[in-house]
Ligand binder design. Structure first.
Ligand SMILES: Nc1ncnc2c1ncn2[C@@H]1O[C@H](COP(=O)(O)OP(=O)(O)OP(=O)(O)O)[C@@H](O)[C@H]1O
Length: 288
């Protein structure tokens, strides 16, 4: 399967933080969600992919080309959405569009007008007077109006109410119907990723913990509850982490078959949500 983006052993250090040998592919034609706790390196990774900052070592390829060597043409093919307002506040949407459009060879005014209408966005209102949701939709409209092959977004749904969030997710699901397009976005809202992502990349403390398709993740992790008496050392070793309460335990395992075989009828289990996986992985990493 073709990859739109490939990171290979990418390292980037700041004082007190490092991305360590970050490697993962972003599959062409799919939506990949990027999750991880605060400060785990998501924005840093996204900035590296955008070539806004430079890796200390390793390689990043977009569309099969090394991004540093082909920066200009690669930028043309990316639609980038930031969580923060990237616009000049004193301008209207119309004025902002006039500033941005000339940068893109494939800018499509008709498409932009369609998104402005679909998103109910005003042309003449100053950007500083738009709501958070409207600003996000304007960002998205701009990112989608130059026929980008790769849509890269840093927390596009943060700060949005559930209705607008769902609208944004629906737009992304619609965009990905075109199999030549690829979407990569970071989010803390794991339910958004559960809803639309095909692949999940999980980063913690600058390390990629896993990169997998959503169905495999669902099959691989199991949330288990049972009596504390069941927990001996061998059983504990099958769990990523275990939380004990006065009445029993709850634990996350990535060895569901072994656990079911050994613990059988003595446990209650359910498939783990991305949030469960994030919380338990985080606890394990903290434990060391
Ligand atoms: N320019 C910089 N100089 C020094 N440290 C930085 C710089 N940019 C980021 N960092 C540090 O790198 C770490 C990772 O930050 P990053 O913004 O990539 O995390 P994140 O996963 O996007 O977090 P959040 O979910 O809170 O947005 C943090 O400890 C941050 O302080």
């Amino acid at each position: 399967m073709e990859n739109a983006v490939v990171l290979h052993n990418v390292n980037k250090s700041y004082d007190g933080f490092a991305l360590n040998n970050v490697s993962f592919p972003v599959k062409k034609g799919f939506i990949t969600g990027f999750i991880g706790p605060n400060g785990s390196g998501k924005t840093t990774t996204i900035k590296l992919i955008m070539n806004l900052i430079h890796e200390d070592s390793g390689t990043i390829e977009l569309f099969g080309q090394e991004h540093k060597k082909h920066a200009k043409e690669i930028k043309q093919r990316i639609g980038f959405v930031y969580a923060e307002n990237p616009f000049y506040d004193h301008m209207t949407s119309e004025q902002m569009k006039k500033v941005i459009a000339p940068f893109y060879k494939k800018w499509d005014d008709t498409l932009f007008k369609k998104y402005m209408a679909d998103f109910d966005l005003p042309w003449k209102k100053k950007i500083k007077h738009l709501s958070t949701g409207m600003k996000m939709k304007l960002s998205l409209a701009i990112a989608l109006s130059h026929h980008a092959d790769f849509i890269l977004m840093d927390e596009p749904t943060s700060g949005l109410d559930p209705v607008v969030r769902r609208e944004v997710l629906d737009i992304l699901s619609e965009v990905i119907q075109d199999e030549n397009k690829t979407i990569f976005f970071s989010s803390h809202i794991t339910t958004d990723l559960e809803r639309i992502a095909d692949y999940i990349t999980f980063i913690h403390n600058g390390n990629i913990v896993f990169h997998d398709d959503k169905d495999s993740i669902r099959d691989q992790y199991l949330l288990v509850k049972g009596a504390k008496e069941l927990l001996d050392e061998d059983i504990r070793s099958l769990f990523i982490d275990v939380i004990e309460t006065p009445v029993g335990f709850e634990g996350l395992t990535n060895e569901p078959e072994k656990v079911k075989k050994l613990m059988g009828d003595h446990i209650v289990s359910e498939s783990a949500s991305l949030e469960d996986i994030m919380v338990y992985m985080g606890r394990r990493e903290k434990r060391g």
